[in-house]
Design a protein around this ligand. Structure first.
Ligand SMILES: C[S@@+](CC[C@H](N)C(=O)[O-])C[C@H]1O[C@@H](n2cnc3c(N)ncnc32)[C@H](O)[C@@H]1O
Length: 218
């Protein structure tokens, strides 16, 4: 009989759990990665979040952004999270928070949540999810609402404010539409003719890095 050392079981379980925790929600619109604290502060600052605001964090993760908006800035907040372990952790954090009366935690797919009460929407999702979200935001949000996206722009909308080095982008509602840039990738292997050679010479262009699976917080 083959005996498996106990530590290989622990390692296997650890790797399995970590992969699940980070990547499982990919199917819904984004894996897990918290916005760095400096970015979270900047997102809330650029959106001018204050005590009169109703903040929705779409994909609230472990709550870094949401709890700062509520506990530090005095807003009311709704965190929407689809992944069950992070949802339970958010509930636990809410129960322990002195501001729990102003916090709602929903275990839902963010594309099914009614956003009509929001005055500020926060999102740190992958580009495909941002594209899907765009029509919902346009349809449901009231004039004057601010939408803040970390890392990925909402294509076709002009920013009200932005911190380009930190990749924080703020949009107003109704959005100011602008022509979308023509797709850069058109060749048979996904790159415009000549682009591959240029990338080999100079490194990836900005749009390519922005589509990467793991954003590189600065
Ligand atoms: C990149 S993390 C951002 C976490 C947090 N907002 C922050 O900035 O620290 C994205 C989160 O969105 C959640 N998520 C992805 N797709 C979702 C969906 N369709 N509905 C609800 N949550 C979703 C993931 O489970 C993950 O926790």
């Amino acid at each position: 009989m083959v005996t498996v050392p106990w530590y290989s079981v622990v390692i296997f379980a650890g790797v399995g759990f970590t992969s699940y925790f980070i990547f499982a929600s990919f199917l819904y619109g984004a894996g897990y990665q918290p916005a760095p604290p400096r970015v979270a502060r900047r997102m809330l600052q650029l959106a001018k979040v204050g005590s009169g605001d109703e903040v929705f964090d779409l994909g609230a993760g472990t709550g870094g952004l949401l709890f700062q908006a509520v506990e530090v800035l005095g807003a009311r907040g709704t965190g929407v999270e689809v992944e069950p372990i992070r949802y339970l952790y958010l509930r636990y954090r809410r129960r322990r928070s002195p501001a729990r009366d102003r916090i709602h935690i929903l275990r839902k797919d963010l594309f099914t949540v009614d956003l009509t009460n929001a005055t500020v929407v926060l999102a740190f999702l992958w580009p495909g999810a941002m594209r899907r979200l765009k029509e919902k935001l346009k349809k449901e949000l009231r004039p004057g609402t601010r939408v803040v996206s970390y890392y990925h722009r909402i294509t076709g909308w002009k920013t009200l404010e932005e911190d380009a080095p930190l990749r924080v982008f703020v949009y107003g509602i109704p959005p100011v539409e602008e022509p979308e840039e023509p797709p850069r990738r058109s060749g048979p292997i996904g790159l415009a003719p000549g682009a591959l050679a240029a990338e080999i010479r100079t490194g990836p262009a900005e749009g390519v890095a922005a589509g990467a699976v793991t954003p590189a917080p600065r």
